[in-house]
Design a protein around this ligand. Structure first.
Ligand SMILES: Cc1cc2nc3c(=O)[nH]c(=O)nc-3n(C[C@H](O)[C@H](O)[C@H](O)COP(=O)(O)O)c2cc1C
Length: 354
């Protein structure tokens, strides 16, 4: 089973989404018993005190986490933590179950080291995810809860949707992320408009000081002015952080035959764009930023940290590199920190900013 995980599934003849779910099921199985988790840890985990980051009232043992979408329904959190990821973001979870878009909806772009997906927001729903978390508990790394709205919900209903998921699942989460940046759902309103964001943040931050930290996830195609507006509204409403970025609608030059498929682009082709967004945000705000987009190596993770990201996440990099990716990045980060004279990752955050 370990060997199966190590294979290079993106070169397989099977559809990309099928390969991904086979691997996730492998991780689910390996994460379900103590001895198999120990075997995963032994083979893949690399811990070093220099890598620990404290944010959102939690300690992340590594800055490298698994991005939302990889484990939408929290089936493989224990396996992913055992691989050495410093956090796992589950979701996007919606209040009730809903299907995403029809298949096929996931395309590999191997020549570009990217993926185009139009999975949409598909979720087993908050109750099913809660049952699973109740039954299996959470691992010893921070868990992010990425929340979404039902497809037909308009602006006002969306606020109710987010609240419903948070009410059911926040006890299991170290932070909550509002996903207003999925590029492959048909929306009749601008989910990132300042008015809508204000409504969301006020709804989720309103309860009391004890609420789980709330973050918002932005789209890489957002203009600098719009990013500043997100920050302004967020700071006014007590937002706790920003995730930059989701997949992109805009297309740079791509070589793969599937480049014309519609959907969100991820992986290498969006790396620089998402790092630019991290930098723009970090120059403007002290809110913690989680950088995501094209991270597949220690160098790419380090670039985001130096641009101002307190933590990083990845999805597409795992598809191309396999489960060794967390160990590769964690080891490589320790070497890069030593090379540049930083004692810890915390010291390197924002090192490239003026
Ligand atoms: C197949 C797929 C499904 C995704 N699903 C979600 C999701 O449900 N919610 C979300 O916020 N982001 C989702 N994402 C976006 C990722 O979390 C991440 O922001 C994006 O892929 C950029 O990171 P990467 O280049 O490391 O893949 C998804 C990405 C992919 C490739």
């Amino acid at each position: 089973m370990l060997r199966e995980l190590d294979g290079n599934p993106l070169s397989s003849a099977l559809p990309g989404e099928t390969v991904h779910s086979i691997r996730r099921r492998g991780l689910q199985a390996l994460g379900s018993t103590r001895p198999t988790r120990a075997a995963l840890r032994y083979r893949y985990q690399h811990r070093d005190p220099a890598l620990a980051v404290d944010r959102f009232d939690a300690t992340f043992p590594s800055p490298v986490g698994i991005a939302a979408g990889f484990d939408k329904n929290a089936v493989a959190i224990h396996g992913l933590a055992a691989l050495g990821f410093g956090s796992v973001e589950i979701g996007t979870v919606t209040p009730d179950p809903q299907n995403g878009n029809p298949r096929p909806r996931f395309y590999r772009l191997p020549a570009d080291r990217g993926v185009i997906n139009r999975v949409g927001i598909s979720s087993q729903g908050a109750d099913r995810v809660r049952e699973r978390l109740d039954a299996h508990g959470t691992p010893d790394v921070p868990i992010g809860l990425n929340v979404g709205k039902m497809n037909p919900s308009g602006e006002a209903e969306a606020l109710v949707d987010y609240r419903r998921v948070v009410d059911r699942l926040s006890p299991y989460a170290d932070y909550v992320v509002v996903n207003v940046s999925c590029p492959n759902t048909a929306e009749e309103f601008d989910q990132q408009s300042p008015e809508h964001l204000r409504g969301i943040f006020e709804t989720l931050e309103a309860e009391d000081d004890e609420t789980t930290p709330v973050l918002v996830k932005v789209d890489p195609d957002t203009t600098e002015d719009a990013l500043r507006e997100v920050v302004d509204v967020g700071e006014e409403c007590g937002l706790d952080g920003i995730i930059a970025t989701n997949t992109a609608s805009e297309r740079p030059d791509l070589a793969s035959p599937r480049r014309y498929e519609w959907g969100g682009l991820s992986g290498k082709p969006i790396e620089d764009r998402s790092t630019d967004v991290v930098r723009t945000l970090a120059e403007y705000t002290d809110l913690p930023i989680i950088g995501v987009g094209g991270v597949d190596s220690a160098i790419s993770a380090y670039a985001k940290i130096r641009a101002g990201a307190s933590l990083v996440q990845l999805y597409t990099g795992f598809l191309y590199e396999g489960p060794v990716i967390s160990r590769q990045i964690n080891r490589g980060l320790v070497t890069l920190l030593e090379r540049d004279g930083f004692e810890t990752v915390e010291d390197a955050i924002g090192a490239d900013l003026e």
